[in-house]
Design a protein around this ligand. Structure first.
Ligand code: AR6
Length: 172
């Protein structure tokens, strides 16, 4: 597996699957979730609504992932995952790692060979970006998968630098 870092907007990535940092309602929100729904158009929300009705009436649990078509995005799939809100009182890093593992498992089921991840939980959900980057990179690098091309697409300079450091620490 090849891991690369990209600075920019994930909605422009030409990959098989784009990962969305969603919330458990699956009905959209701000941040990267808002950007994906805006650029991808209503097909994504329609698919999310159907998934909710069929399987996730109580919401998609934190740490899990589910796929929909990607609408007008230059990708085939959006894999929606729900990151944990950061807590100073409780260690929720296993849930954040689960987002990356479950997204890759979903990608494997779909036969995806290229995937773009944002820095899940590192925005509105308040995760310190250095820690979010370390968890993202170590989890992806240690998860068995048939995905060949993994890109982390970082919206801010700060996030890009954090992921660079995390990859370096991994020896990559
Ligand atoms: N492309 C790539 N990264 C982006 C983009 C983009 N277009 N826009 C923002 N980011 P966030 P969370 C970065 O807040 O913390 C939503 O309302 C951003 O700079 O999108 O998991 C959902 O509905 C940050 O580094 O996701 C949930 O309610 C990273 O993406 C909640 O926010 C994640 O920030 C999820 O919060």
């Amino acid at each position: 597996m090849k891991i690369t870092l990209v600075r920019g907007d994930i909605t422009g990535q030409e990959v098989d699957a784009v990962v969305n940092a969603a919330n458990s309602s699956l009905l959209g929100g701000g941040g990267v979730d808002g950007a994906i729904h805006r650029r991808g158009g209503p097909e994504i929300l329609d698919a999310c609504r159907r998934l909710r009705a069929a399987h996730y009436g109580g919401g998609l649990p934190t740490g899990q992932a589910v796929a929909t078509p990607a609408g007008r995005l230059p990708a085939r799939w959006v894999i929606h995952t729900v990151g944990p809100v950061h807590s100073a009182a409780e260690d929720r890093s296993a849930l954040l790692a689960s987002c990356y593992r479950e997204s890759l498992r979903t990608a494997d089921e779909l036969g995806v060979s290229s995937i773009a991840f944002p820095a899940v939980s590192a925005g509105i959900y308040g995760w310190p970006v250095d820690d979010a980057a370390r968890i993202a990179v170590t989890t992806v690098a240690s998860t068995p998968t048939t995905v060949e091309d993994v890109r982390f697409v970082l919206f801010t300079e700060e996030a890009y630098t954090a992921f660079e450091q995390a990859l370096k620490a991994l020896g990559g």
